[in-house]
Design a protein around this ligand. Structure first.
Ligand SMILES: [Zn+2]
Length: 471
């Protein structure tokens, strides 16, 4: 049956207006004022906001790391995302085997249990003539973005010449290169020195990954992108100087874009100094309040294009089980590094927190407008990664991924609300105003207030289209 969402305040990346949305099957069929259609289910959205479903451009689900695995898989992570108003996630395919497309096939099997729609980026962590020749095959598999690293020497890092090659191949095929920006050489030396000196607490995770390494890597990669005349996307920006370098390159016409994540807007190295500091341990690390401020300004002035999460949770204490969907579960987590920061699995929960936290502490706090909120968390990621206008829009013909948002709902957030499969939440006790009320995935209701009405396997793989615009 068709569905008519009546009288909501519709918010897109560019407009805010009162109107109705008609959903037929999996698609939005019309948007307008006073739509009258007989024989349809009607939802009165007066007093509510109507937004396109969130798109998280950066999540890691079911990712093996440091002798364990991230605690959200493609079902539990996407269910948590849905409760937070996100209806599409972009995960990463690791380069574990050859050819590249075999990795995609293996990942697709793992991802089948997703409860919301999903797409993927391909990590390029080893490059030779054969791999270079295989990259174009990814486009037919629906993968048009390639992630490279300037850190993790001997594991994930490519050399500058290799990154330059990837950028050129990507440009030729209408793909986009993504960069993890840190300096692996400096980090390796500092970590070794810290451990020899007996500096083992989580704070040293940040102290051995200096901000300058991120800053110079952003400029270096932007320069490579300029020389390759290729687009580039900097993931999880966390330092003020990175924003400055991004702006510098963009002002000179380089097609470089940036993403930040909520954790880099709200937290700093001070959190790593707490007795439970490992909860905040991720790479790159949290920096300083001055960096938080500069990132907010970068979002507000359009220097930064997207907000992702880098969702990659681990239990804080994986020896103590939690109850998840009625079953007791414990997965080894941060306790693996209780005596050595370099053994703490790197990563945080966040996919479900993103929209609610950014609404209260981004929009309501006056850092960004409601339209910027939609652009940063949905429309821009869809455009940059070739999913628009099917995703990230409320246009006729788009997938009916819709969030009805209650702007008046007040709650004290934390693990009582967040549905991540882990034992803590970074925003425990934070007061929120505004929260998703109903979430639709391709016209199907999957979250109804506090009730889960979605299911494993409802998510669909969405191929990214090549030739997406640089924003
Ligand atoms: Zn990541």
């Amino acid at each position: 049956m068709a569905l008519l969402i009546k009288s909501g305040t519709i918010i897109t990346a560019s407009e805010t207006f009162t109107g109705d949305i008609l959903v037929e099957g999996e698609k939005i069929s019309s948007v307008g004022a006073n739509l009258h259609v007989d024989g349809v289910e009607v939802i009165d959205a007066a007093g509510k906001l109507v937004l396109p479903g969130g798109i998280d451009p950066h999540v890691h689900l079911d990712l093996p790391m440091a002798g364990t695995v991230s605690s959200d898989d493609h079902y539990t992570g996407t269910k948590a995302a849905a409760f937070g108003g996100t209806t599409t996630v972009l995960d990463f395919v690791s380069q574990d085997t050859s050819p590249l497309t075999a990795n995609v096939g293996a990942w697709r099997l793992k991802a089948e249990k997703a409860a919301i729609d999903y797409a993927a980026h391909m990590n390029i962590t080893r490059l030779d003539q054969k791999v270079a020749g295989e990259i174009p095959d990814l486009v037919e598999e629906g993968i048009t973005s390639l992630k490279v690293f300037t850190a993790y020497n001997g594991r994930l890092r490519l050399q500058d010449g290799e990154i330059f090659r990837v950028l050129r191949i990507a440009r030729e095929r209408g793909m986009i290169t993504m960069l993890h920006a840190e300096n692996g050489d400096v980090i390796d030396l500092l970590v070794a020195e810290a451990l020899v000196s007996g500096h083992t607490t989580p704070e040293w995770h940040a102290r051995t990954r200096p901000a300058w390494g991120a800053v110079e890597a952003v400029l270096r990669a932007s320069a490579l992108a300029a020389q390759a005349e290729a687009p580039l996307y900097i993931v999880h920006m966390n330092v003020a100087g990175e924003v400055d370098q991004l702006r510098y390159a963009r002002e000179r016409g380089v097609k470089v874009m940036g993403e930040t994540c909520p954790q880099y807007l709200f937290f700093s190295i001070e959190h790593l100094r707490r007795s439970d500091g490992a909860k905040w341990l991720c790479s790159p690390p949290m920096r300083t309040p001055e960096d938080n401020d500069r990132l907010w300004k970068g979002l507000a002035d359009g220097t930064i294009q997207t907000i992702g999460t880098d969702h990659c949770p681990f239990f804080f204490d994986g020896t103590k089980p939690i109850t998840y969907e009625g079953t007791s579960i414990a997965i080894p987590g941060k306790e693996l590094g209780k005596d050595d920061f370099s053994k703490v699995p790197n990563g945080l929960p966040g996919v479900g927190d993103r929209l609610p936290v950014m609404w209260t502490y981004g929009v309501r706090a006056g850092h960004i407008t409601p339209n910027q909120f939609v652009a940063l968390t949905s429309t821009n990621p869809a455009k940059i990664f070739g999913l628009y206008p099917r995703k990230g829009s409320l246009l006729p013909g788009a997938d009916a991924d819709i969030v009805i948002w209650d702007p008046e709902r007040r709650l004290t957030y934390g693990i009582a609300y967040a549905k991540h499969r882990t034992d803590y939440n970074l925003y425990e006790g934070w007061e929120l105003v505004g929260y998703p009320d109903k979430v639709f995935l391709r016209g199907n209701l999957i979250v109804d207030g506090d009730r889960w009405v979605g299911r494993s396997g409802m998510g669909r793989f969405i191929p990214c289209q090549p030739g997406a615009p640089a924003l």
